[in-house]
Design a binder for this molecule. Structure first.
Ligand code: KIV
Length: 309
């Protein structure tokens, strides 16, 4: 059991899709990260990251699948709800998983509505040049983030995770797709795994912000997979990943230390144990004013004062 204290205090200024466009106009870089659960989403949000993507990369880094294809809409909804509960400031974008928008426009629309209505997503992300779907979602008041270049849901068509748009023709097509998505109403565009020069050209010609991952430094913003950032992926990182911390080492050491303490009976100590009240030695009733009558008195008091907008 663990008691989690919910975030208190005045609501921070909320990042919205129009706010991202304004950041582009002002030349202010957009920071983005993936998050998949309450605790990491809360840390990411409290660190001031502008956009949180509940990415379908969770299929790999959280659920242990080989690629992103297996994760279901219900699983994505479950994780999006957890993230949404944690976030006060960042824009929460939910990735629509493979199969959830590859059929009819009506199916894609119905699934996107679920992310907004059932999970609190503020935008959805879809991969590929699905211009008609972007138009339909925009007309249905659902902000859309497009995703072009290396689109992991196309892993089988691409023949692996390969850098895209490396020929003049592929570059021309990618630029045309980016313009078409923007015209259809996409509010932002993730550019993944493409040459820096291509990303720079697209960024310069679009009014909507581009958010790069493996697309060089000229995009309007950058996104990384949270588990890559903190070394929780159990694999050598891709060229574009910069590791900012080593959570694997930290967690391993904490877990091993705990195991050793248990094995040596060094945990828990007497101070970490509950004790019978003195009155128990006179009469068997539990004294409700006794400090050891509740599991965590401070946390209970804070729950009483907590309110969320
Ligand atoms: O699922 C994901 O994490 C993504 C990012 C890599 C952009 O789509």
């Amino acid at each position: 059991m663990s008691l989690t204290q919910l975030p208190a205090g005045a609501p921070a200024t909320k990042v919205t899709m129009p706010a991202l466009a304004e950041m582009k106009r002002q030349g202010k870089p957009i920071s983005a990260l993936t998050a998949y659960d309450y605790s990491t989403a809360r840390l990411v949000d409290e660190a001031g990251i502008d956009l949180l993507l509940v990415g379908d990369s969770l299929a790999m880094v959280v659920l242990g699948h080989e690629n992103t294809l297996a994760v279901t809409t219900d699983e994505m909804l479950h994780h999006t709800r957890a993230v949404r509960r944690a976030v006060r400031r960042a824009l929460v974008v939910a990735d629509m998983p493979f199969g959830s928008y590859h059929g009819t426009l009506a199916e894609g629309l119905a699934n996107a509505v679920r992310f907004v209505k059932e999970a609190g997503a503020e935008a959805v992300k879809i991969e590929g040049a699905r211009v008609e779907l972007v138009r339909a979602l925009t007309e249905a008041e659902i902000p859309v983030v497009g995703h072009l270049g290396l689109t992991p849901q196309s892993v089988h068509r691409m023949g692996g995770y390969r850098v895209q748009a490396r020929t003049a023709e592929a570059m021309r097509q990618l630029r045309a797709d980016a313009r078409a998505l923007a015209r259809a109403g996409a509010g932002a565009l993730v550019l993944e795994g493409i040459p820096r020069e291509v990303a720079a050209a697209i960024t310069a010609e679009l009014e909507i912000p581009t958010i790069g991952i493996g697309a060089g430094p000229d995009c309007d913003g950058q996104i990384l997979v949270f588990h890559d950032l903190v070394n929780l992926t159990f694999a050598p990182p891709a060229k574009f990943v910069r590791r900012y911390g080593d959570a694997a080492a930290l967690l391993r050491s904490a877990i091993e230390h705990y195991r050793e303490d248990v094995e040596h009976r060094a945990f828990p100590s007497d101070q970490e144990s509950y004790h019978l009240p003195k009155s128990a030695f006179a009469a068997p009733a539990v004294d409700s004013d006794d400090a050891d009558a509740v599991v965590n008195r401070d946390a209970l008091q804070d729950f009483g004062e907590f309110s969320r907008p």
